[in-house]
Design a protein around this ligand. Structure first.
Ligand code: UT7
Length: 334
């Protein structure tokens, strides 16, 4: 069986920066509250007059990743696109990437696993490579949150957290069994689906019903039971990291770099303390980008790599938790 390894990384965020202070023009919030509870200082939101979307940002990130892999679009065999904010209800963004990058008629799938979307996407690509079906798979995580948030005081518990952006990597075949993705660990618990959800429009509750409510029906805005999600996140993060390490006969002391999904700096710090990791062993960038959901891990991984924080042979651990609930980890020997 083959192994898969990351050959190229890239990320793209829209130019427009929204600081915590900027948010106070729309809602009753403060820089102090947001930084204390989440660690976030600013996020990038697509500007109102921009035509950017999840697919266009994903395409920009993908171009960088493909170039850094020393490849061209024609080397890619398959596209995996993770997002909860696609351009269309259907089809998914993956097919748009095939078109935007002028690729041959290769296959493309979308992954609907929210904050864990990139981990699920990477695991999916890894399986295609391990079985020998494909040699190079493009994995993208991208989100355009800002157009779907309730930017009034009513929605402040959710809207201050999320940011727009995209990241991508090229996963490639290697015959070196000691390098690359060592294992992936995926979980779900659907009974908590409504604790972090955008309920509508859905086929069972379609657009005319929302319009008929004359503004009463707000089910198209994200809802999050923040405290409940936080409590589950710290437990599931810890479990799934240990599961991944144990599966590879490793322990927390073996971790060179831990990159958590950037949900909340306090969650990352809790996990850091639990596993007694130093600041050098954890990479966080939620301060600058907010929570970009399926894009967050791949943006952080790319940024950490760009800063020279990942060396050949390092043990890199990725982990995510979010809506579904879904959660997962990826153990990588770089
Ligand atoms: O990525 C997917 C997974 N997501 C997560 O893992 C997120 C997990 N949850 C969290 O990160 C935290 O629960 C939040 C950051 C979302 C919220 O923090 P919290 O400490 O749980 O605050 P809270 O929701 O309990 O609200 C505390 C107070 C409330 O006021 P009262 O009722 O105590 O008077 C809120 O109305 O803070 C108020 N509040 C705000 N105040 C200023 C909520 N949002 C804001 C805000 N600015 N933006």
């Amino acid at each position: 069986m083959y192994n898969s390894k990351i050959a190229g990384l890239g990320f793209y965020v829209p130019e427009n920066i929204v600081t915590n202070d900027d948010l106070t023009q729309w809602m009753d919030t403060s820089d102090e509250w947001i930084q204390e509870r989440t660690g976030i200082k600013q996020r990038h939101w697509i500007a109102d007059d921009s035509n950017e979307t999840s697919a266009t940002m994903g395409a920009e990130a993908a171009k960088i990743a493909i170039e850094r892999a020393g490849m061209t679009k024609d080397d890619i065999d398959f596209i995996v696109f993770a997002t909860l904010s696609p351009d269309y209800y259907f089809p998914g963004c993956g097919v748009q990437i095939q078109d935007m990058l002028g690729m041959d008629t290769i296959g493309a799938i979308d992954i609907r696993n929210q904050c864990s979307g990139f981990i699920y996407g990477l695991a999916t690509a890894d399986q295609f490579i391990k079985t020998g079906m494909y040699q190079n798979v493009l994995v993208i995580g991208a989100e355009y949150h800002s157009n779907g948030l309730d930017k009034t005081t009513r929605g402040r518990g959710v809207s201050v957290i999320f940011g727009d952006g995209a990241g991508a990597c090229v996963l490639t075949r290697t015959e070196d069994q000691t390098k690359g993705i060592l294992s992936s660990h995926l979980h779900s618990e659907g009974k908590h689906a409504e604790e972090l959800v955008v309920k509508s429009p859905s086929i069972k509750h379609w657009v005319p019903e929302i319009i008929d409510s004359n503004g009463e029906d707000l089910s198209y805005f994200p809802y999050m039971n923040g405290t409940f999600v936080f409590k589950n996140a710290v437990v599931r993060f810890s479990e799934v990291i240990m599961e991944g390490l144990t599966a590879n006969q490793l322990s927390p002391t073996d971790i060179d770099l831990f990159i958590p999904h950037q949900a909340n700096l306090r969650i990352a710090q809790f996990v850091q303390q639990k596993f007694k990791l130093s600041n050098d062993q954890v990479y966080n960038n939620i301060m600058n980008y907010g929570n970009t959901t399926a894009a967050s891990i791949i943006i952080a991984l790319t940024e950490a790599w760009e800063k020279g924080k990942i060396k050949d042979g390092d043990l890199v651990v990725l982990a995510a938790f979010g809506s579904g609930f879904t959660w997962g980890s990826t153990i990588i020997r770089w």
